[in-house]
Ligand binder design. Structure first.
Ligand SMILES: C[S@@+](CC[C@H](N)C(=O)[O-])C[C@H]1O[C@@H](n2cnc3c(N)ncnc32)[C@H](O)[C@@H]1O
Length: 303
């Protein structure tokens, strides 16, 4: 029922106009609701119809249009988030040490860790952002390539037309970061296993992954199961956003299975999805046993 809030002592025409104007503004929420509906339909269509190559290219395009990853922007961050600082302090080797960072964007983590004295090899699939990261870290112990997890071990020069610099990243590293949420952009289980297996072979220490959303396990109806057979990309937890592209919600059970098949063990899993945190995990190659020293820092030993 519509309750009118008539102000006593105000001429009825003014009361009426005030009421009408306020309700007109409220009615424009319909535009937002319609936009959300269109967005949901667009996301479902993209997930059902777009090929892996299109989704991959879209991710790069979307991120390269986001000015917050440009080091010259006032919104650019060149610091570690508190949850990253905590796990780096707790699990990462002290400097000097060599790190590899994928999904590096415009170089946020790369800059922060290079300032702490780490040597860093970084890669990023968007040519625009790889170039930004390269410029921002010029003069420090950082090497930036263009490439995604699917390209490993082959990496490309930061500029598409640049003839030099293509190479294999085949050395070993003391620790690794799959940059903020970037693991969630991997689209298939095969890609996740191949990526983590590469890190398992090339990293002799902690590997930090973080996730856009950590999935709770959900029951799927028979009807939905039937539809998923036709369009597996519409699986619960696969999302498409016109701002960040394709993402996949990882669950604890899925991460354990993928880590196991990639030769990794999860030693720390944080599923806290409050907005002061991002769900994240620390994984180690299975041939390394981490133990704590007296300062509660990790010491690595091979069994
Ligand atoms: C949320 S941004 C984080 C960027 C940067 N690490 C930071 O924290 O500012 C996610 C990054 O993952 C990258 N990315 C998307 N798909 C990827 C893939 N398949 N392999 C590696 N990186 C990917 C995006 O281009 C983007 O730069």
């Amino acid at each position: 029922m519509l309750a009118l809030e008539w102000k006593p002592g105000v001429p009825p025409v003014r009361n009426l106009l005030t009421e009408a104007f306020a309700r007109l503004i409220l009615a424009t929420r319909l535009i937002d609701r319609s936009y959300r509906a269109i967005d949901r339909i667009r996301s479902a269509l993209v997930l059902a119809l777009a090929s892996d190559a299109v989704l991959s290219r879209f991710n790069s395009l979307a991120y390269s249009r986001d000015g917050t990853y440009y080091p010259q922007s006032s919104e650019f961050r060149s610091y570690l988030f508190p949850w990253e600082e905590k796990v780096v302090a707790e699990y990462f080797p002290r400097v000097p040490a060599r790190l590899i960072i994928g999904g590096a964007g415009g170089g946020r983590e790369v800059l922060a860790l290079a300032r702490m004295g780490y040597d860093v090899v970084a890669f990023e699939p968007s040519a625009v952002l790889a170039d930004m990261a390269r410029r921002a870290t010029k003069g420090s112990n950082v090497r930036v390539y263009r490439g995604g997890y699917e390209d490993l071990p082959r990496m490309f020069p930061w500029r598409e037309q640049e003839p030099d610099g293509t190479g294999n990243v085949d050395s070993t590293f003391d620790a690794a970061i799959l940059g903020w949420g970037s693991y969630s952009h991997l689209r298939t289980e095969d890609q996740r296993i191949q990526t983590l297996s590469w890190f398992a072979r090339h990293v002799q220490g902690p590997i930090l992954l973080s996730f856009y959303q950590f999935a709770k396990s959900r029951k799927i109806s028979t009807d939905r199961r039937r539809r998923l057979k036709i369009w597996p990309s519409l699986r619960v937890g696969n999302r498409f956003s016109v701002y960040i592209g394709y993402t996949h919600d990882v669950s604890a059970a899925e991460l354990r299975a993928v880590a196991d098949r990639s030769g990794l063990t999860i030693v720390h899993l944080n599923e806290d999805s409050r907005d002061t945190n991002w769900p994240h995990a620390i994984l180690y190659p299975q041939n390394i046993t981490p133990t704590l020293d007296n300062d509660k820092r990790i010491i690595l030993s091979s069994p």
